[in-house]
Design a protein around this ligand. Structure first.
Ligand SMILES: [Zn+2]
Length: 74
C-alpha cells in the first residue's frame, strides 16, 4: 500500500495541491469543495475584506491600549 496523498488541481492556478486542501498553497485561493456553497470569488473577497476589517480593529485596539497606558501612567 502506498501512502500517497490524493491530489487535485487548483481550479485557479492549475497547480497540483492536496485534494483535502481548503486553501491553495500556490495562489492562496479558498477551495471549498464538496461542502462549498461559497463561490471562489466571494470567499476571496470575504477573506480580503475580513482581513481588512480585522486589521483596522486590531489597530484601533492597540492604539487605544497604548493611549490608556500613557494616560494612566502619566
Ligand atoms: Zn491555486
Amino acid at each position: 500500500m502506498t501512502v500517497a496523498k490524493k491530489l487535485t488541481k487548483c481550479p485557479y492556478c492549475k497547480e497540483t495541491i492536496a485534494a483535502e486542501a481548503i486553501r491553495c498553497r500556490h495562489c492562496h485561493a479558498d477551495l471549498v469543495d464538496k461542502t462549498g456553497r461559497r463561490t471562489s470569488f466571494f470567499s476571496r473577497y470575504n477573506t480580503f475584506r475580513t482581513g481588512f476589517i480585522v486589521g483596522i480593529l486590531f489597530t484601533l485596539v492597540v492604539g487605544f491600549l497604548v493611549y490608556l497606558q500613557f494616560y494612566v501612567s502619566r
